[in-house]
Design a binder for this molecule. Structure first.
Ligand SMILES: [Ca+2]
Length: 118
């Protein structure tokens, strides 16, 4: 069973936090951004497009990602600008949507500013 770290606080209500990885994969697109590598630090559960991560206090801090469902584009700058990376629920080094460091999506540490489902 995969459990989600949410060490310090979650930006979304706990009721929206996925509790069961497999069940949640059936319920809709979702991506989780983490402040630190290996899914630690603050986390932000993202069910929809966010053109500016500053509004959630998550600009330029993301160091690891879990893609629960779908294909997502993540961007260096706000409003889907700058370098673009693609992460998917069956991508990453383990083929399961987990991206434990920025190198696993080919990016740079602490340089994500917008995300959208595509
Ligand atoms: Ca970070």
């Amino acid at each position: 069973m995969f459990t989600y770290p949410c060490n310090n606080y979650c930006m979304f209500p706990m009721s929206q936090m996925p509790v069961d990885y497999e069940i949640d994969r059936q319920t809709g697109p979702k991506i989780i951004l983490f402040e630190h590598v290996n899914f630690s630090g603050r986390s932000l559960v993202v069910p929809t497009d966010i053109p500016d991560l500053r509004q959630y206090g998550f600009n330029d801090i993301v160091s690891s990602i879990i893609v629960i469902r779908g294909r997502w584009e993540i961007y260096e700058h706000i409003l889907y600008g700058g370098r673009r990376y693609v992460v998917t629920a069956n991508g990453g080094p383990f083929g399961d949507g987990t991206y434990p460091t920025w190198t696993s999506w080919g990016g740079v540490n602490d340089q994500l500013s917008s995300v959208r489902r595509r």
